[in-house]
Design a protein around this ligand. Structure first.
Ligand code: NAD
Length: 372
């Protein structure tokens, strides 16, 4: 007989779902389904609303981030996001209205200055990575990527003749301080190590970054702090990923390093992220809208499901529920089920699942865990 696990304190939360474009729409369906299932099994009251963004929003309204979406985002307790993007814009860099403008704007408007990306390695996927299992085993990294500053938000210029372009890289001390504090606090709850990545031998913004992190480090004598140049960090990450615990870095360096780190976890389709600041948190897979596989039921939904787990954990403090979801993902992988991106030659053909079938497996496993 099925029973509902009633927690001591049922939570009331308003969750905004922004599926976005391409596979964003396909995978977010399953992140949402997991949240609904957790609410049902644990007696929480999650109220869901949906909004458009990206190419879908441009087509409907001419605006990649319609006011209505932004308004809903500001008044919700948490946002589950898919991805934005469309091939049309990738091949036309001159397009003035672009899907990614919506994403950059919502990050800025919600003050989402810290992007947390856990590199969680499931033992079952050791062989799915292009790196050797003995190099990977035991890897557990938490990236803190600064999200609302750096060269992405600096002034952009193009000369009249089109032959010169510039993007201004800039940081304010307070922008470094606030994310550094979050990263040091997290390091305290983990293995007590923090590696700050910069390019202080060349860039003035990096010198400010390093100086500021050194100052903050004085308040955390229990955390072992290291500073590393980005070029060295990119190399160390594949040479010996186990050496890293918390990695703190700026927007541009973090963008690149975390995609590199996705190979440790086997696929972009496995990595979740949380963007947080002082208000509503934003939870999303690290991958994009993947035009090459969109609409084919091929996308791995686990990054969206793990993003839902991050929402439960970081956003709502529901550690038990978050653990349940992560364990259900691990159990599903242990049972041999794979999506195409994480399958290898040893995967039985019948165990290679589509997006929807994988989503259903995880849902079933969550339910089985609760009913045990
Ligand atoms: P991408 O992350 O969409 O895809 C990179 C590769 O990984 C592709 O081969 C894709 O098939 C694969 N992949 C990604 N997610 C997967 C999943 N869940 N399951 C299985 N395979 C997966 O990056 P891209 O191809 O460089 O960009 C495609 C579009 O996405 C572009 O328009 C880009 O601007 C946009 N984009 C959006 C975001 C975002 O919304 N946060 C992030 C990155 C790229």
């Amino acid at each position: 007989m099925r029973h509902t696990k009633q927690t001591d304190l049922p939570m009331n939360k308003n969750i905004l779902i922004i599926p976005g474009d391409g596979i964003g729409q396909e995978v977010t369906k399953w992140g949402t389904a997991i949240l609904e299932k957790i609410a049902e099994l644990h007696g929480h009251n999650f109220v869901f609303d949906e909004a458009i963004m990206g190419h879908t929003a441009i087509e409907a309204t001419g605006n990649p981030l319609p006011d209505e979406t932004l308004e809903k985002a500001k008044t919700s307790d948490a946002i589950l996001f898919g991805a934005i993007g469309h091939a049309k814009y990738d091949n036309d860099p001159s397009a003035k209205v672009r899907p990614e403008q919506g994403l950059l704007k919502i990050r800025k408007e919600l003050g989402l200055y810290a992007n947390l990306r856990p590199i969680l390695l499931f033992d079952e996927l050791l062989d799915a990575s292009s790196l050797k299992p003995e190099v990977l085993r035991g890897t557990d990294i938490l990236f803190f990527r600064e999200l609302t500053g750096d060269v992405y938000f600096g002034e952009k210029n193009r000369s009249a003749d089109g032959n010169f372009a510039s993007d201004l890289m800039n940081y304010n001390r307070f922008e470094v301080e606030r994310i550094a504090v979050k990263a040091f606090e997290a390091a305290r709850t983990r293995r007590g190590k923090l590696c700050s990545v910069d390019k202080a031998n060349v860039l003035e913004t990096s010198r400010l970054w390093r100086e500021t992190v050194q100052e903050i480090a004085k308040k955390y004598p229990d955390v072992e702090t290291e500073h590393m140049f980005i070029d060295n960090a990119a190399m160390q990450l594949v040479k010996n990923p186990r050496k890293f615990d918390v990695v703190l870095t700026a927007n541009l360096f973090g963008d690149i390093l975390t995609d590199e780190a996705s190979q440790i976890a086997g696929s972009m389709g496995m990595l979740a992220s949380a963007s947080v600041g002082d208000g509503t948190g934003f939870y999303e897979p690290i991958h994009g809208s993947a035009h090459d596989i969109a609409g084919q039921n091929k996308a791995n939904p686990l990054a969206s499901i793990l993003s839902a787990a991050l929402m439960l954990d970081i956003g709502f403090g529901l550690k038990e529920e978050a653990g349940l979801v992560t364990n259900a993902v691990a159990e599903t992988l242990k049972a041999g089920f794979r999506t195409m991106d994480i399958a290898d030659t040893s995967t039985a053909k019948e165990n290679i699942l589509g997006t929807n079938e994988m989503g259903i497996k995880v849902l079933e496993t969550v339910t089985e865990f609760v009913n045990q």
